[in-house]
Design a protein around this ligand. Sequence first.
Ligand code: MN
Length: 313
Amino acid sequence: MTGPVGTDDVVSQGVIAPMVEAAAIEITPSREAEVGGHRVRRALPRRARRTVGAWCFIDHMGPASTSGAAASTVAGIGPHPHTGLQPVTWLVSGELRHRDSLGSDQVIKPGQLNLMTAGHGVAHAEEGTAYRGELHGVQLWVAQPDETRDGPAAFEHHAELPRVELAGGATATVLVGELDGAGSPARRDTDHAGFDLSLQPGRSVIPVRADFEHAVVVLEGAVHVDGSAVEPGRLGYLSPGRDELVVEARAPARALVVGGVPFPSPIFMWWNFVARTREEAGAAGEAWNERGPRFGEVDSALDRIAAPVPPWG
Ligand code: MN
């Protein structure tokens, strides 16, 4: 896999210039993978870019048909564990049914947010529903800070989220955090944010926090950020130091913007765990495979997914 084609350098205007120009957008290709029978484009983590704020995982799934011959692919993802992160599910089209070891059973539809907090440990399954049609969405993980990552698990569903009309005709839905004074009700353990942009042809200006780094993932259509094209299968990264993002679309487009204060702790990600060390991640895998009390049980007809043998032996 190739690294970023952009540059991470901060270009100084020189000692007499009062301002520092923010670095150019950095474009990283996503990796194609398959999860639960669905083709996904994994935008994060990549070798060159592990985190954007506390966001540490972005899978863009679909669009894929769940009707006709492809109906068997609606099977979904069987019970599996998580630690130290918050899985976030956001759909453009289709439906998924979330079931977890806390007893939650929640169908999610486009425009709604599912946010689970794993803390010390939780397990969940993502199942198909009777819905047949196009399935298209994104799953993201937010790394939990040291203060909460060993804490209790939780699950929340938000049927309504704030929407903000932006200059240039874009509408932003605030998944997490705050945009232009509109705050999402979703839980947030670190200083981060996530927005879905519904763009019309033209130039839209999104006010952002200058202390945040950001990433743009295009879900539909194509956009230009800082004059560089970003399309599905690419992640556009923007370093801190700017107070607005200028996004241009030539046709209607959908894009996800995530951002946050750079995550303070080095994380160790393995399988479905966000840890700090490999020992910690390995212990979580063993606890899951031993079926102890740490992760609980999920009421799902799907097969439980066993943790693989860690590559470090
Ligand atoms: Mn999961």
